[in-house]
Design a binder for this molecule. Structure first.
Ligand code: KG4
Ligand code: ZN
Length: 339
């Protein structure tokens, strides 16, 4: 392999992204087209709209990533693409583009697992490898803990029993009348509220196991908004007097649960480093609190820069490089999978 450049293509959910990364680490370009505005009026990702939008954007985004990196397809060592998990109609758009380009230029094609790429994103900006470690992936679609002994050896420890943390942020944002996606807007409002005003529940699995659940918390917020009367009507957002306190107390409950379970997993695994990635890893309170609570136990929490927390092509190209170097090249009949 003379070139060390990998093109990464990501289209699993509501971002069309492409990036060129050298040797798994040096990001030469990272272009992301977010569909947030296209889904906003529906309050969530609409698969049909997502697939059509990827189709319009995938080639322009790839062209922009190559142009920004100052290279052409023939300068690449290979093309990496997300094949799972995600919306099947969206995954297939990126995969078809990747296959076509790989076939037309005789380039190796590499299949990347989106969640493993999120884990990798927390290691990409540093020179010192964190392994063995524990990794929390916390986004709109995932809230899971993994043990990782290398870039390519990642095993699931536990997943949420119900909602992902980002999904809970999005739903509470909707109840509070805040713009979609709820994560950033709940977090902005929370900064003006008192996080100790309301004691919302934190899920704790029994007998020392680790795990997550956010449905009880969501219901507790809903009942609080209804004045403690489960059967009352939910008030319209502008009638909620303690909106900022609700946002802050909700955010504190999510962050507390994420920190508690992640640190317990690290302890159980004997890991010194925890990696945190996915859209919710942008959350300021999570970054501060997990950093502080980890340090109290002599552990280190590593987060990617915010641009690499949310979906991006750089993490796909980065992990793709390691897969390619290990000879994990896919055939052209490669398929996508929602799970
Ligand atoms: O990783 P991502 O871009 O897409 C998925 O794979 O899901 O994550 C998007 C999720 C959304 O649910 C969004 O509300 C949440 O990440 N998010 C945040 C913040 N920024 C984004 N949640 C809490 N605080 C934030 N600052
Ligand atoms: Zn993601």
């Amino acid at each position: 392999m003379t070139s060390e450049l990998v093109l990464g293509i990501e289209s699993s959910c509501d971002e069309t992204a492409a990036a060129v990364v050298r040797a798994g680490r040096e990001v030469l370009s990272s272009v992301v087209h977010s569909q947030v505005a296209e889904h906003a009026e529906w309050g969530g990702v609409v698969p049909e709209i997502a697939g059509r939008s990827h189709l319009r954007k995938v080639l322009p985004v790839i062209d922009a990533a190559l142009a920004e990196a100052g290279c052409g397809l023939d300068d690449l060592a290979g093309i990496a693409v997300t094949t799972k998990p995600g919306l099947i109609g969206s995954l297939l758009v990126g995969l078809s583009a990747a296959k076509t380009l790989a076939w037309s230029r005789g380039l190796p094609l590499v299949a990347v697992d989106h969640v493993e790429a999120h884990v990798y994103s927390a290691t990409m900006e540093r020179d010192d490898a964190p392994y063995p470690c524990v990794a929390l992936v916390v986004s709109g679609g995932h809230t899971s803990l993994y043990r990782a002994s290398s870039e390519l050896a990642i095993e699931l420890i536990a997943s949420t029993l119900d909602d992902a943390a980002g999904e809970a942020f999005d739903k509470i944002g909707h109840l509070l009348g805040l713009p979609y996606p709820g994560g950033p807007s709940v977090s902005r409002l929370a900064a003006q509220g008192n996080a100790e005003a309301i004691r919302f529940p934190r899920y704790r699995p029994r007998d020392g196991a680790v795990g997550f659940s956010f449905s009880g918390l969501k219901t507790a917020v809903l009942y609080h908004l209804r004045g403690g009367d489960a059967l009352a009507a939910t008030p319209p957002p502008d009638a909620i007097e303690d909106r900022a306190d609700v946002a802050a107390s909700f955010e504190a409950a999510v962050v507390d649960a994420l920190c508690e379970q992640t640190l317990r997993a690290a302890e159980a695994e004997g890991a010194r480093i925890v990696l945190v990635s996915g859209g919710v890893a942008c959350n300021r309170r999570l970054r501060d609190e997990l950093g502080r609570r980890a340090a109290e136990r002599d552990l280190e929490a590593r987060f990617p820069s915010p641009a690499y927390c949310t979906d991006n092509g750089a993490m796909i190209a980065g992990l793709g490089w390691h897969l390619l170097s290990a000879g994990r090249v896919a055939a052209l009949d490669l398929d996508a999978s929602p799970r």
